[in-house]
Design a protein around this ligand. Structure first.
Ligand code: COD
Ligand code: ATP
Length: 201
């Protein structure tokens, strides 16, 4: 098995790269999705979140009210650390389970773990990555994408970026960088080249 960590700042093209790798045959695991599973309705994770942050973070159907919880934790580092302490170990546990299952299914599998907060959560040190892959485009371009493609305000887009690790910090842990500042076709061509490198020698 080859285990790849895929990270990048917001709107840097991670999902575009992850989807292409999956089309080429990789097993794709998405940390954001696992973080949602960790606090799914009825999960022990959600129960702990409600104990810590109060019933006000639950919706009418007992589901997580993400906006309410976001309002509490983004702006209160202690609260965010408490939330991370509940969610991240669970994400890690599920990820390890999925990675082991992929390897059991195919010992030659390429597994791509898409994790936006690879640097921020310290996960870059936690696992034995065969390759750390970083999607990289200038912040100004990513802001333009968030504004034009997602209808976000420029101020919101800037605030999201300001909360994340810096491009320099991500580049410092990269084994390979995909430059996503060009066209989407240029991004995909770099992914295809990476895939053939993975399978040669
Ligand atoms: C607080 C929550 C419920 C808010 O949900 P919401 O859907 O409103 O926002 P979303 O998850 O899209 O996050 C928005 C942005 O905040 C940043 N962010 C999210 N979680 C974290 C975190 N733990 N630390 C730092 N930044 C974070 C990211 O840059 C992200 O792009 C949610 O972010 C959450 O559960 N976070 C903790 C779990 C986590 O770390 N998730 C990230 C994947 S491991
Ligand atoms: N060269 C490029 N490479 C990748 N994506 C591009 C490129 N040019 C434009 N885009 C567009 O930029 C947007 C961001 O891409 P994507 O969703 O893959 O990013 P992401 O890093 O997964 O985002 P998020 O952090 O918000 O999950 C998409 O709408 C994509 O079509």
């Amino acid at each position: 098995m080859k285990l790849i960590a895929l990270t990048g700042g917001i709107a840097s093209g991670k999902s575009t790269i992850g989807r292409r790798l999956a089309e080429l045959g990789a097993v794709r695991i998405d940390a954001d999705q696992l973080a949602r599973e960790a606090v799914a309705p009825g999960s022990p994770g959600l129960e702990r979140v409600a104990e810590r942050f109060g019933e006000g973070v639950l919706g009418a159907q007992g589901e997580l009210n993400r906006a309410a919880l976001g309002g509490i934790v983004f702006g209160d580092p202690e609260a965010l650390a408490a939330l991370n302490g509940i969610v991240h170990p669970e994400v890690r546990r599920i990820a390890d389970e999925r990675i082991a299952a992929a390897e059991a299914d195919d010992p030659e599998a390429v597994v791509v773990y898409e994790i936006p907060l690879l640097v921020e959560t310290g996960a870059v040190r936690d696992s034995d990555w065969d390759l750390v892959l970083v999607a990289d485009a200038p912040a100004a371009q990513r802001i333009a994408r968030m504004v034009e493609l997602r209808g976000m305000s420029e101020a919101d887009a800037r605030a999201r970026i300001a909360h994340q690790a810096s491009d320099e910090d991500r580049r410092a842990v990269a084994d390979r960088i995909i430059d996503t500042s060009g066209s989407e076709a240029e991004t995909l061509a770099q992914v295809d080249a990476l895939w053939s490198d993975l399978h040669s020698g």
